[in-house]
Design a protein around this ligand. Structure first.
Ligand code: ZN
Length: 228
C-alpha cells in the first residue's frame, strides 16, 4: 500500500451504538463531506447484510451511497482502490477479527478509516471485531437510539422475535431499549409456550396458586427476573 499518503497521517474513526441509532446515516454524512472535499472515497459492506440493496448503503432515512459488498476483511483489502483517501465500512460487527489489522494497515498508510457497527449483540455481548476496533480507534462516536418503551436514550438492541443465534437480520426482529427497559430475550421455549406471545405475563395473570403453575411460569420466563 505504497501510495504516498504516509506523510499525511491516517486514523480510525468508529461510529457505534445499537440498532436504529443512526450509525449508517452518520457514516454516509461523513463520506459525503469527504467527497465534497474532493477526497477519493470507498465504501464497503459485508455481503451478509441483505436488508437493502447489496451494492449500496441505504440508511433508514433513505440516504444512500454506492458500496462494494465484500465477503470478509481480506476481500475488503483486495478491493482497495489506488489513491483512496477515505474508507467507510458499514456493519463492521459482521467482519472477522482480521478487520482490525486491515484497518490499522490502512490508517498507517495515511487513509482515514470510518467504521460503523453495532457495539453489542442482542444479549449485550461485545460484537465481533468491534471491541478491538474501539480500542485502536482514535475517535469513537457512541450513538443512541430512542427507547421504544420510555423514550429515553437507548443503549441496547432488544430482540423481540426470532431465534437465539447471534445474527438475525431484520429490523422487525429488534427494537431499541434503554438499560431499564432492556429484557434478556429467550427464543422458543417448549412448544406449549410458543403458542403464547407473552407466556410469563399470561401465566402470572391467571393467578398461579399451585406450585406447579408457578414452576411453569418460571420455566416459561427462563428463570429470569421479570421486568415489568
Ligand atoms: Zn427505556
Amino acid at each position: 500500500m505504497d501510495d504516498g499518503f504516509n506523510q499525511r497521517g491516517g486514523w480510525i474513526e468508529v461510529i457505534t451504538g445499537g440498532m436504529f441509532s443512526g450509525k449508517s446515516e452518520e457514516l454516509i454524512r461523513r463520506i459525503r463531506r469527504a467527497e465534497i472535499g474532493k477526497q477519493r472515497t470507498q465504501l464497503f459492506k459485508p455481503i451478509i447484510d441483505n436488508r437493502f440493496d447489496v451494492k449500496r448503503i441505504v440508511s433508514r432515512d433513505n440516504r444512500e451511497l454506492d458500496a462494494t459488498a465484500v465477503v470478509d476483511s481480506a476481500d475488503l483489502r483486495s478491493h482497495l482502490a489506488f489513491g483512496v483517501r477515505v474508507v467507510g465500512i458499514d456493519e463492521a460487527q459482521f467482519f472477522d477479527d482480521l478487520l482490525i489489522d486491515v484497518c490499522m494497515e490502512m490508517a498507517d498508510a495515511g487513509i482515514r478509516v470510518i467504521a460503523a457497527g453495532l457495539d453489542q449483540d442482542y444479549l449485550r455481548r461485545p460484537f465481533g471485531p468491534m471491541p478491538a476496533l474501539l480500542a485502536v480507534a482514535e475517535y469513537v462516536s457512541k450513538m443512541h437510539a430512542v427507547c421504544v418503551r420510555c423514550g429515553g436514550p437507548a443503549h441496547y438492541t432488544q430482540r423481540i422475535a426470532g431465534g437465539n443465534s447471534q445474527i438475525e437480520i431484520g429490523d422487525n426482529t429488534y427494537e431499541a431499549r434503554c438499560r431499564v427497559c432492556y429484557e434478556p430475550y429467550l427464543a422458543s421455549q417448549p412448544p406449549r409456550a410458543q403458542t403464547n406471545v407473552e407466556p410469563a405475563t399470561q401465566t402470572q395473570a391467571s393467578s398461579p396458586d399451585s406450585p406447579e403453575a408457578e414452576a411453569q411460569a418460571a420455566e416459561a420466563a427462563g428463570n429470569l427476573p421479570s421486568v415489568q
